[in-house]
Design a protein around this ligand. Sequence first.
Ligand code: PLP
Length: 358
Amino acid sequence: MHKKHNFGAGPCILPPSVMEQAARAVINWRGMGLSILEVSHRSPEFEDVVLKTQLLVRELLAVPDHYSILFLQGGASTQFAMVAMNFLDTGKKAAYLDTGYFAQKAIKEARLFGEVDVFASSGDKDYTYIPVDFNYDKQVAYLHCTSNNTIEGTEMFDFPKGGAPLICDMSSDIFSREINITDFDLIYAGAQKNMGPAGMTLVIAKNEFINQAKKEIPSMMDYQIFRDNMSMYNTPPVFSIYVAMLNLLWLKDQGGVSGIEQKNIAKAKLLYAEIDRNPLFHGTADVEHRSRMNVTFLAVNKEVEAGFLKFAADQGIVGIKGYRTVGGFRASLYNALPLSSVEILVDAMATFEKEYSG
Ligand code: PLP
């Protein structure tokens, strides 16, 4: 099925076996003579899918019982506004860590609802690192951070502890590594990197925190309403939830999050080693904050950049062109990308170097 080595950053990279099961369910789900797309979302069969998907999230990420798991819509971009709408009280500020493009978008939306204190930023060095030495007012309504900066290729490996309630955008690294859920009060993530197709947004939130949310907000922006209606306040994104369930079952078969984390570490190590060895390329992120999900690197000149893009494409390597604002290359190593694809990319870099220099 998958003939290309897809290093694209999205919208969704899934294992071929999951794609095949999803395709079959679109034609005839469970032998019911109906497509998964047309079965009522209120049917016991679909309610079972929602429950199973929630249970898989709970099991794979070790989510304690006092946290709720919600499936919303509108992508992580809606969460930028929704967290502020629910928790940014007029009497208190919110503290934001600015680590790049998506963090800035979150800041912009939050400012529509209250006062925002950007207490640390890596903007002074083009977002090539994660600020670690910082102080912020512990009396804020919440602290917001972004665990993986998809465009800049940096990742947070330590999170602030013991201060204000912590909210984290984990869109591009959730399910790629083990996390301690109790470090966070609310986590959100667009599904489309490691969870399933675009259309669903995952929210994991401490019940006690959700209970503190403001009441006078639109129903579609109200975490309490979605929690109290089992994520079925309105028509849920049925296909996205169904395929996420299939994909999480696949993840469980890979040894769960700890199993996939080891594979992700191996993939990232291999690629960064070649970037550091090969004189034609260099990494853009500070070594200790390098992302395991989105590897960003530059070529020594434009000729090498264009030449390598073409050379790689001829070998079925796609999706490595860097984001338009950063340039160069970005190789995304999401869960579904096998180590063998990274080996092929690394070989291509080494062969290109020989041909170019020789
Ligand atoms: N936050 C991060 C870290 C992302 O990588 C993305 C998209 O790639 C977003 C937010 C925006 O997500 P969405 O497109 O689901 O709104």
